[in-house]
Design a protein around this ligand. Structure first.
Ligand code: F6R
Length: 616
């Protein structure tokens, strides 16, 4: 989704802004632009279609100077990708430049009104309407920029993170947010400020950050405390947080792509996620979320998990873990459907939102609905300080580190691990899980990182196998029980980055329809690790083989039966069924990665996709 970067200080803004846009490239975009302002009030705007590199090339022979600037990567919503529709957008007089992430829902009536006042529009965007509205308020009431922004935003319905500069006030940068993320980095003694959609472009300059809340407008001036006001003009004190993130964690570190780096990081990210929570020597799981809200969780009549995409798949595994170990009924809902449903939710329910970015618009809206109906809200989030983390009553961070590759990998295993620890802790509090199982799972969880390392050693073999599948136009993924969501996740990974159509099914469902698709051209990925349904999935594999399908199986080390039938077998170490997804998903991530690499595709930034889906 769109990315915003802003700077005000005494350095040249352009390199900071371009570097920042590069750091936000992972979010997905189709055009990029920059506006630079100097203290004399010269405002220049440059835009290009395509990559940030195109914008950089365009700037090469320009005098791109200025100590205040705003920059943007656009992911088209209103109007096709084009230079005309790219941000920054200028106001009618050319005095204001604005970048925007989000959607102004009532842009049409505002546009109509402004047209009647003589305003004309150069683009098809909702954003241009907003910048014209700000100028209209500014001129009508003779207001300073920050006040005009506040007035204009009071007339707007929708989601936005914005940054605005004014060539007649070349000493300030004004930013605001409503339902779209925005972070401000604070330089020493307020000597400079950095603005961005997330912390990644800022972290190389400062760890001190302020996360704006919804409905806040902020005026940034060099050497002065930032001034934050609500839309109702109440003053808000800035809460500066120290964000503990290293530059190394957002760079590729010798890998060809972020995705493969992040797949390889999983043993370590599992350790980070368990640190201080899974106390193996004491056979204990300690989660402050559960300890602090014990009564809420013990009273819960039902748990509702809301999420999207990969996070929804993790939720499906979470459901099985919680139902098994806590005996609380769980439903798993697509956040996008839940938000518009007439869901029966109330004070006896706990709603768990699962999200890597913590900014997914549908998930946030689902939480809003649950909040209105009195449910207790918990987040399982990766991005520290993100909107979902701040909206929920409590939460458990996955702590797997920044995930830059658009296809989610380590976030998924982190989410599953958090669900496992949560279900253990709550099952223990409820006295439902027996001591032997509790301790056995804890022991086994502590071995998962090493076992993942064993799986990763098969990377070269999987890379080699992937060459045999690049021809395919369709894949089927089959799994049962805990491995059914793994089948869904494997199929999603392949679709996203290799553009091969893939479907995941519970294996037994195959004979109710999808079996008609199977022929010698159809690769079928079967997740057939040892568990109670092993014999059943063996029969399903037989059914595929007898129709000529090519089977790629993920099995437990030492397996003989499936390996005799399958065309290709990847072995993963033995573990408990409920933890099998943590190992079984890794070969599927690698398979998707290598097929996409073989096809020469842009693995980290697949077409049409955004890392952080901040619009509905
Ligand atoms: C898939 C993927 C998406 C996200 C989904 C939710 O690889 O990344 O399906 O899982 O957009 O995003 P978050 O988890 O940030 O809420």
């Amino acid at each position: 989704m769109c990315g915003i970067v802003g700077y005000i200080g005494n350095r040249e803004a352009c390199p900071i802004l371009i570097g920042g846009l590069r750091r936000l490239e992972y979010r997905g975009y189709d055009s990029a632009g920059i506006a630079l302002l100097n203290h004399e009030g010269n405002l220049n705007v440059y835009k290009e279609i395509g990559k940030v590199a195109n914008l950089e090339a365009h700037l090469a022979d320009k005098d791109a100077s200025g100590v205040i600037g705003i920059a943007h990567t656009r992911w088209a919503t209103h109007g096709v990708p084009s230079v005309r529709n790219a941000h920054p957008h200028l106001s009618q007089s050319g005095r204001l430049a604005l970048v925007h992430n989000g959607i102004i829902e009532n842009y049409a009536p505002i546009k109509q009104h402004l047209s009647e006042q003589g305003y004309t529009f150069q683009s098809d965007t909702d954003t241009e309407v907003l910048v014209q509205l700000i100028e209209f308020c500014q001129q009508r009431d003779n207001l300073p920029l920050h006040e005009a922004v506040r007035r204009a935003l009071n007339e707007v319905i929708g989601a936005y993170a914005i940054a605005v500069v004014d060539r007649q006030e070349p000493d300030m940068l004004v930013v605001a947010r409503q339902s779209s993320p925005l972070v401000i980095g604070v330089g020493e003694d307020n000597s400079e400020f950095f603005v961005a959609s997330d912390a990644t472009p800022i972290i190389e300059y400062t760890n001190n950050m302020v996360y704006l809340n919804d409905g806040e407008v902020t005026c940034l001036r060099i050497g002065q405390e930032m001034q934050i006001h609500t839309l109702q003009n109440e003053h808000v004190d800035a809460q500066v947080q120290f964000v503990d993130m290293s530059i190394g964690s957002i760079e590729k570190g010798g890998f060809d792509h972020f995705m493969i780096k992040e797949i390889y990081e999983q043993p370590q990210s599992m350790r980070e996620c368990m640190r201080g929570r899974l106390l193996a020597s004491r056979h204990e799981v300690v989660l402050s979320a559960v300890n602090l809200h014990r009564a809420k969780f013990l009273q819960a009549k039902r748990i509702i998990i809301v999420s999207c995409g990969t996070s929804w798949h993790a939720g499906l595994i979470g459901k099985q873990l919680i139902e098994s170990w806590c005996r609380i009924p769980v439903t798993v809902e697509y956040a996008s459907e839940f938000r518009y449903s007439d869901a029966v939710v109330g004070p006896d329910d706990v709603v768990i939102a699962v999200s890597q970015s913590g900014e997914t618009a549908d998930t946030l809206a689902a939480l809003q609905l649950a909040r209105e109906r009195g449910a207790f809200l918990m987040g399982i989030v990766n991005a520290v300080g993100s909107s979902i983390a701040r909206t929920t009553d409590t939460g458990i961070y996955t702590h797997v580190g920044p995930e830059i590759g658009v296809a989610s990998t380590k976030a998924f295993t982190g989410q599953v691990l958090v669900f496992a620890m949560f279900a253990l802790a709550l099952g223990r509090e409820k006295g439902v899980i027996d001591t032997q199982t509790y301790e056995h799972v804890i022991d086994e969880l502590s071995r998962i990182p090493d076992k993942m390392e064993t799986v990763l050693r098969q990377n070269d073999y999987i890379a080699d196998l992937s060459k045999r599948f690049t021809y395919a136009h369709n894949f089927i993924y089959l799994g049962r029980g805990y491995n059914y969501p793994v089948a869904l996740e494997g199929a999603l990974k392949l679709k996203e980055i290799s553009y091969i159509h893939a479907e995941g099914y519970p294996a037994a469902e195959m004979k109710h329809g999808p079996i008609a698709l199977i022929d010698g051209e159809m690769p079928v990925v079967c997740i057939a690790t040892h568990h109670q349904l092993y014999e059943k999935i063996l029969s399903n594999i037989q059914e595929v083989k007898s129709r000529g399908g090519r089977v790629f199986a993920v099995v437990t080390e030492g397996d003989e039966s499936v390996c005799k039938l399958a065309d290709y077998c990847i072995q993963v170490p033995e573990t408990l069924s409920p933890l099998a997804p943590l190992l079984a998903v890794v070969p599927l991530q690698l398979l998707a990665y290598h097929v996409a690499v073989q096809k020469g595709l842009n693995v980290d930034r697949p077409r049409n996709l955004a890392k952080s889906v901040t619009v509905e």
